[in-house]
Design a protein around this ligand. Structure first.
Ligand code: FAD
Length: 437
């Protein structure tokens, strides 16, 4: 364990895109479970952090911070049970590579592989079709607020509360994923008119194994990605990604920089980006990880994401499109807005608790301007109207009053939190406003 008593110059915790900054007194770097136990047992107000990719203020803001990123080993691979056990600070990329080397997969992966396993689980991180990531864990060790360790399995009553709990009930230590046999996806990508893809969702979801829509407001289109599981020896005449597509990020950045002063320019920027980067077709083969997960990104974006019951999505979409197209409200949104699909689960604070859901991302490609980006507010307003839930790691304004109405298990979660953390050791000011009023 390494403890740093911070000096003035170095006492700042800064999030990935620099939009959340906090000072702290103590920074503790943990390398083994005993370090984690000591850090939790011996400090009164702590937050643990992973790779700092979250946009919401959930990682720091307490006197003591625990950096878990050096506690990052693959602990065990159990070939018979098809399970992998890892330390919570392990980066997802390394975990997936180890799993793929065994011929296995986690069948639903987020579109980022640089996050830590603990950070991803704690915030309800999810992929494109399937369950949230924490539904794929079969057991885990957790350091509780008093510094004791408890091992949980799927049988324990608290497990579905802990799976998504923002580090409020304890700190994940070792985590075991149950894996499945890896598979190959045959993916076809093409732009499709909004009316068509929205009305075809039932068919897409019943026909394909992978369905993701990159919605492109102001262009009347979504870029639709459909995938089918195929045999290992399946052959396809690939339509490769055009060479110039690699300039998309740079071009978006350049165009959207101008939208800070002139939000209306977003409409032209979106149409141009659509023509340049989303009007092509593509066909390719690969594993879920190799073919669909983005491997690198610039840190110039800020993210929000909302989820709504699948049964309400079409109605919501009509209203959202009208609001975002309305040139009088300045809520000009950058593209793409990522549309994905999750299966119902029973995890208390999951976005998919009690129904299949559609998730929709909202991105500001100019992170320093995120506070002025009105699309975040408009998207939140519309989703709240339909009972939508925010992604815990991303940007939203709702506090306890709104959030408590969205989760049937809210009161049970807050009671459990008080029982498991009676001294509020794991709360920072932001989380206090949501969970302890
Ligand atoms: C570019 C980008 C793409 C993204 N793509 C997706 C996506 O496809 N799907 C999706 O759902 N999300 C996505 N996210 C959100 C991302 O998965 C979350 O922000 C995730 O929490 C980041 O992991 P991290 O290691 O950076 O955690 P941090 O941001 O460092 O921490 C997140 C939270 O987890 C807690 N925590 C960390 N470690 C532990 C632990 N061991 N035990 C208990 N609590 C812990 C922290 O206290 C904090 O509350 C994306 C974010 C970005 C920036």
């Amino acid at each position: 364990m390494k403890q740093t008593k911070a000096t003035k110059k170095e006492n700042q915790w800064i999030s990935w895109n620099k939009n959340v900054v906090h000072s702290y007194d103590n920074l503790i770097t943990v390398y083994k479970e005993k370090d984690l136990v000591d850090a939790v047992a011996n400090h009164d107000a702590i937050r643990v952090f992973g790779n700092r990719y979250s946009s919401s203020d959930i990682c720091a803001g307490t006197q003591t911070l625990i950096d878990i990123t050096s506690y990052n080993k693959i602990v065990r691979i159990d070939k018979k049970a098809q399970e992998v056990t890892v330390q919570a600070g392990a980066v997802l990329e390394n975990v997936i590579n180890a799993i793929q080397a065994c011929g296995w997969c986690i069948p639903c992966l987020p579109d980022i592989d640089k996050v830590t396993v603990g950070g991803a689980l704690a915030t309800g991180t999810h992929g494109t079709n399937g369950y949230i990531l924490s539904k794929y864990i079969s057991k885990f060790r957790m350091v509780l607020a008093d510094g004791t360790i408890k091992e949980y399995t799927e049988e324990d009553l608290e497990t579905d509360a802990i799976r998504v709990s923002l580090g409020l009930l304890g700190v994940f230590s070792e985590i075991t994923f149950k894996c499945e046999a890896n598979y190959l996806l045959h993916l076809k990508e093409a732009p499709v008119k909004d009316d068509e893809w929205v009305n075809n969702l039932d068919e897409y979801l019943s026909t394909y194994d992978f369905v993701r829509i990159l919605w492109l407001p102001h262009t009347d289109h979504g870029y639709v990605i459909l995938g089918t599981k195929v045999a290992k020896d399946f052959k396809v005449d690939e339509i490769p990604t055009p060479e110039y597509i690699k300039h998309r990020r740079k071009t978006s950045k350049m165009l959207y920089k101008r939208t800070r002063k002139r939000p209306k320019f977003t409409v032209r920027a979106n149409r141009l980006l659509y023509k340049l980067f989303f009007s092509h077709k593509k066909e390719h083969l690969g594993t879920l990880y190799d073919a669909t997960v983005t491997k690198s990104r610039g840190a110039t974006m800020e993210l929000a994401e909302w989820t709504v019951a699948y049964s309400k999505f079409k109605e919501l979409f009509v209203e959202l499109k009208a609001v975002l197209d309305d040139k009088t409200n300045n809520a000009f949104v950058h593209i793409p807005m990522d549309v994905r699909f999750l299966k119902q689960d029973n995890v208390w604070l999951s976005n998919a608790y009690d129904s299949d859901v559609v998730t929709m991302g909202c991105v500001c490609r100019n992170s320093p301007a995120a506070d002025e980006y009105l699309a975040f507010e408009k998207v939140e307003e519309v989703f709240l109207k339909y009972g939508g839930r925010p992604h815990w790691a991303k940007r939203f304004k709702s506090k306890q009053e709104e959030l408590s109405k969205l989760y049937p298990k809210w009161d049970e979660f807050t009671s459990l939190r008080k029982k498991m953390d009676p001294t509020n050791k794991f709360l920072n000011p932001y989380l206090t406003k949501i969970f302890n009023k």
